[in-house]
Structure formats: C-alpha cells, structure tokens
Design a protein. Structure first.
Length: 367
C-alpha cells in the first residue's frame, strides 16, 4: 500500500475545504438496476406490500395534535400523497432544501395506515371498517408505550437507506403542523444483490417469510386485499416489535435451534419430526388462513441492564385481522420460541386503498 499517496490524499481533503470537502469533482456512477429503480406510487393498492423483498425500512407513528380535525387530516394526506409520488419517482419536492437526496430512490415505496384513535379523534368512527380496534394483550407481552399504537403510521421501504432517511425527513416535516412523532423504528434485511430469493434471515438465523405466497398470485391477493366496504383494495396491518434474547439464543446448538424453530437453519426445510410446540407447528397456516409477513430485523443499542436491544419488527398484512389473531392466539398459548422472544411493541392499523392521480390517500375516509 502506498501510504505516501494516502497521506497526500488526506491532506488534500483538509486543504480543499475541511473534513467533508475535496478539491476535485467526484464522478458518481449510478448502478441503473438498483439506484435509479423506481416503483409506482399511484395504483389500486398502496405499494410496499405486493413487491419483491426490500432491504431497509423506517416506520414512523404519529399522533395528531389537539384541535386537528378531519379537514386538517385530509390536508396532511394531500401533502403526503403529493410528496410521496415525487419522492418514489426519484424527484425532489418543491422547496426541498436537499434536492440531491432525492436521487437514487432504489425502489422506494411509501405506505400510510390509520389507527382507530385517528377516527376517534376526528369523529368518523362510523367509517372504521373492521370490528377490532386494537391488538388484544397476550400473556407473553411486555409492551412499552414508546413502541406501541399511534393515530397514523408511515412505512417507508426500499434498497437505499439514504433515500429512506430523506423521505422520512420530508414526511415528518410535512406533518409538523398536524401531528407529533410517537415512535420510529428502523429495520433491515439482506442488501440488494446478496441473494435472489424472497426470504432473508432474521437475527435468530431463521429464514423468515418462507410461508408467504408468491406476489401477484391469486393466493397472495386473497390473503391480502379486502374485497368490500370502505377497506376494499386495502388491508389490515399489524406491527409487533419483538425483542430477541440474542445472547441466550446463541448458547444453543444449531440442532437445538432447529428443534425450537421446527426447521433446519441452513435451508429452512421443515424437520421430518417436529415438536408439537415448535414455532413452525404452532404458526402453521394454509392458503385459506395465511397472512403476508413483511418483517425487518432491528438492532438499536444496548438496554440499561446491558442486554442488546435487537430483534424483529414483525409486520403482517391480511384482508381480515382474524387471520393474524388466530395464529397469535396459538403462539401465545405455546411456542418454543417464547423462551427467547418478548413482544415489547404492538399496533394495529388499516391501510386504505391506493391513491389515484388527483386524489389522496384515504380520501374515501375524509371527503
């Protein structure tokens, strides 16, 4: 290695104008198949669900401010709709102080959901389209307010953490007159190009999402999209933050991990002889009872007791919440993984149909 060249190069950075400046222009070369790839924003369904696996996610929940009414929420939805359409196309929004950050959207998608508390506060509870108003509490839960509930949620996903950061910044700025941030969660999967499958390993080493139906298939559509009412072409969304006792889990042998999961860790194959309490056995569904899992790993920091705050941001979409509730009831009763996993956050949202040009997200609720 030529350390002299390195030293001269480092000096030129400082002389050229400080730590972040250089004396020469950098020729950024995009990778067309990744950086400039875009996903449509407008459509029958909101995007970010029926899409090939994305590598990164930011979820932000908001609570509307006191005095914000139905008309004000509609204004926010128009703002979010217009800005999301631009950002997902790789275009800066009007007045954006960081227009360069809109480059390289890398399949950026933005999805908006509503909590029951939103329709309560805006006086439109008659438009809430499902019987359930919240996820019930379970004996395995140790829920923390800082990771639970919310009037609104924005899910921002894609393959470029920087474009996701920028979109989150823009949408949070849009929301400032109307709402405050309740929580934010960031997650990750394998980066684009690591593998060509639609599954990725969670932090327990498990291949997650193996039970998902192929996107654009009849089964996928039947599981995901509501068929009637104000939720037609929309869906229900469950967000659960599940902390994993990584240190304790890692003490198990590979074989014992597979027994608890009910699958081999190497290729995710179901074990020929499964324990009746294994996770796969307890979570088993058919096409008629399944859900679509779109979870992400998280690794935030260390907790006060020195344990690592890492785990899974479990996200599922299903046309009827009963699909999820039936599975979770079985896992609550018995699941070998409960020894190493703890739900610390929980939220339920409805995801309205997709916006059309000239309309806005949720216009069927706020017109």
């Amino acid at each position: 290695m030529n350390y002299r060249k390195l030293a001269i190069g480092a000096l030129s950075v400082v002389v050229g104008g400080g730590i972040f400046a250089t004396a020469t222009m950098v020729d950024f070369k995009k990778v067309p198949s990744i950086g400039s790839a875009t996903e449509p924003f407008y459509g029958v369904h909101q995007n970010g669900i029926e899409i090939d696996r994305q590598a990164n996610a930011t979820l932000i929940a908001f609570d509307i401010k006191e005095g914000v009414d139905k008309a004000a929420v509609a204004r926010l939805m128009r703002l979010w709709t217009n800005d999301s359409a631009e950002l997902t196309a790789g275009k800066p929004i009007i007045g954006d102080p960081q227009i360069e950050m809109a480059e390289n959207p890398a399949r950026l998608t933005i999805l908006v959901g509503f909590g029951y508390s939103l329709v309560q506060k805006t006086g439109i509870t008659d438009k809430w389209p499902i019987a359930e108003k919240a996820i019930p509490g379970y004996k395995i839960d140790r829920l923390e307010k800082r990771w639970s509930d919310g009037d609104l949620v924005v899910q921002i996903t894609g393959d470029n953490p920087q474009s996701i950061f920028h979109a989150a910044l823009v949408l949070a700025r849009d929301a400032e007159p109307f709402a405050t941030v309740r929580w934010q969660q960031r997650g990750f999967l394998d980066p684009a190009g690591i593998n060509t499958t639609q599954v990725s390993r969670n932090l327990m080493g498990q291949l997650d999402g193996t039970a998902n139906k192929p996107i654009a298939s009849k089964n996928f559509s039947e599981i995901t999209w509501a068929k009637e009412g104000s939720l037609k072409d929309g869906t229900t969304m469950v967000v659960r933050r599940i902390r994993i006792a990584v240190k304790a889990w890692d003490k198990l042998s590979t074989n014992n991990k597979g027994v608890a999961l009910g699958r081999s860790l190497d290729r995710g194959a179901k074990l020929e002889t499964k324990s009746p309490s294994s996770h796969v056995t307890r979570a088993f569904t058919t096409g008629a009872t399944g859900i679509i899992r779109r979870g992400f790993n998280y690794d935030d920091n260390y907790l006060a007791d020195g344990t690592r705050d890492a785990g899974l941001i479990f996200i599922s979409f299903q046309e009827s919440l009963k699909r999820y509730l039936d599975i979770q009831a079985r896992l609550n009763t018995m699941d070998d993984l409960n020894r190493w996993t703890t739900p610390v956050g929980s939220a339920l949202f409805i995801v309205p149909r997709g916006a059309q040009p000239g309309g806005y997200i949720g216009d069927e609720f706020f017109q």
